[in-house]
Design a protein around this ligand. Structure first.
Ligand SMILES: Cc1cc2nc3c(=O)[nH]c(=O)nc-3n(C[C@H](O)[C@H](O)[C@H](O)COP(=O)(O)OP(=O)(O)OC[C@H]3O[C@@H](n4cnc5c(N)ncnc54)[C@H](O)[C@@H]3O)c2cc1C
Length: 387
């Protein structure tokens, strides 16, 4: 693996703690862990434990009421994706699958769930998407009906990361306080709850543990509601506010790896009697890849900095970071494939692997079109004269 040289430290977004953290992420080197396991679930469990032991999940599930440092989350995701995209996914899911407990949960829920997830001893999951509604979250139909001290959940979720290996699921369902998004609530449902069934694993183009969930008269205590009824959309979106820019960070990590691998290849590959990277056309491509990468990185760390330092909760920068990082990853990896020629499309080649890993980023946590809608709405709103 090429060494990850981050040239970020002179940027005004960071302080010494970030440089130190980056070194720790580099020290967590996927190559130094025995990740060879008979199945993906045991591999992922081992990875989560290892990330927990390294203290990295502390940044996805901060202790006590410590604020999220989104720059740290982005840096970790960039560094992990550079090494092993699955490790990044495992890191992110521990945060996304606990965020609402941390923010809206009772002291008992926080006590019971957060520390084991932080240590990597429990696996978290977040279930929003349904077979008929992905982007249009407010139209979901999985419903919970109150029955005394309980709620009974019926419906289905799909494409749920960690389904089948998670110890708990944060499930957003319709409780009907109001139409649309205002009638949704979030429940904490433990794995193994009667009525919760996990479907067959979903075989994505890049390794990623996921499955569908079915709820058949699944009875949960009313105390498993996270926050007040009707606030489920808000609870779900709270996770996206923090984690959306970090998808951009993951995209930047993947793109950086693709660029470094391409540089190594064009250095040693000879074409027409000379080193490939001495060809001007190749240099143009490398320059464009690097510029694309650094532009995306700037947007990612600007969004993270705006959150951490200026206390801005705006979706504008967060969505732009997600859009820029994931789209740049797609473009850069595609160019890397082209520069590697036949090797780039040979199964098992690192660039082929990155190509498959980059593609889902433009779809999950809000497809690129959803990010653009939010960016445009903010742009239009802010362009109107202030009353
Ligand atoms: C690897 C992976 C992991 C995932 N993990 C989880 C998870 O843990 N939990 C979870 O709940 N979900 C998860 N998902 C699901 C993911 O969030 C959805 O796939 C995503 O929200 C898009 O929903 P959809 O697939 O139903 O596509 P649809 O909503 O059917 O949209 C299809 C396409 O339409 C386009 N589109 C959508 N809206 C608009 C619009 N307004 N204007 C123009 N074009 C539009 C977009 O290009 C989009 O890709 C995961 C998905 C993947 C790929």
């Amino acid at each position: 693996m090429p060494s990850l040289e981050w040239g970020l430290w002179p940027w005004p977004f960071f302080d010494a703690s970030h440089e130190d953290l980056a070194r720790r992420v580099q020290a967590w080197n996927a190559d130094n862990h025995d990740l060879s396991h008979p199945d993906m679930h045991s591999e992922c469990r081992a990875m989560v434990r290892s990330l927990g032991a390294a203290g990295l999940i502390d940044h996805a599930v901060p202790r006590g009421d410590a604020p999220f440092d989104v720059r740290s989350v982005c840096l970790i995701r960039e560094g992990l994706t550079y090494q092993h995209a699955l490790a990044d996914a495992m890191f992110a899911m521990q945060g996304i699958g606990t965020m609402a407990i941390r923010r809206f949960g009772t002291p008992e829920q926080r006590e019971q769930y957060l520390e084991p997830c932080r240590k990597g001893e429990r696996i978290a999951a977040f279930a929003l998407t349904e077979p008929e509604t992905g982007s249009d979250v407010a139209s979901m139909t999985t419903a919970a009906v109150r029955d005394g001290d309980h709620y009974i959940i019926n419906g289905a979720k799909t494409l749920i990361s960690n389904a089948g290996m998670a110890d708990h699921y944060l499930v957003t369902v319709r409780t009907g306080e109001a139409p649309g998004a205002k009638g949704l609530s979030m429940f904490l449902v433990d794995a193994g709850t009667p009525g919760l069934e996990v479907g067959a694993p979903i075989d994505f183009i890049a390794p990623h543990p996921a499955a569908a969930l079915t709820f058949k008269d699944c009875r949960v205590r009313a105390s498993q509601l996270i926050g007040p009824a009707g606030q489920g959309f808000k609870a779900a979106m709270a996770a996206f506010d923090i984690f959306r820019p970090s998808v951009g960070g993951a995209g930047v990590g993947l793109a950086r790896r693709a660029l470094h691998e391409t540089l190594a290849h064009t250095d040693k590959r000879r074409l027409f009697g000379k080193s490939m990277h001495s060809l001007e056309g190749v240099q143009m491509a490398l320059a464009e890849m690097a510029t694309d990468l650094e532009g995306a990185a700037l947007l990612v760390y600007r969004a993270a900095w705006a959150h951490d330092v200026r206390g801005e909760r705006g979706a504008y920068e967060a969505c732009m970071a997600k859009l820029a990082g994931s789209e740049a990853a797609g473009r850069i990896v595609d160019r890397a494939v082209q520069l590697l020629g036949g090797q780039g499309v040979t199964r098992g080649n690192i660039i082929e692997q990155l190509y498959r890993e980059a593609r889902p980023m433009r779809i999950y946590e809000g497809a690129s079109e959803i990010q653009k809608l939010v960016i445009a709405r903010n742009l239009i709103k802010n362009s109107l004269p202030q009353a």
